[in-house]
Design a protein around this ligand. Sequence first.
Ligand code: FES
Length: 129
Amino acid sequence: MLPSAFSMTTDTTYLVHLCFGSNCTFAGSRKLLHVLEEEIAALGIADQVTVVPTTCRNRCDWAPSMNVLPGNICYNDLDADAIRRIARDHLAAGVIVDEYVFRPPPPPVPTHGRRVFTFDPNAFRPKDE
Ligand code: FES
């Protein structure tokens, strides 16, 4: 059996993955980590939350990114106020902060160079004369 330091689970209620990929770090995740830790301490929920700095969450265009588990709730476009609100509402009270939940953009519209194919089932049938 592996020592607990190598365990993939935590004993806390929430596991928070705060992205420290290059784009999120550039967008301020280092500062947000301090804000999050301070807010968690102020709320007295440090024994219920594990915060883990992670690699890219693949949502760089909406940096900084953070995931909260369980539920894998993906938060994006975060600032200090958003972090405080997520700590207060989600981590302390269990209410997902809908305002910052990531919503994937719609699929891209075909651009130039692409053709739109429409299938005509009669296109290759012999014509009656
Ligand atoms: S660097 Fe954070 S989502 Fe890519």
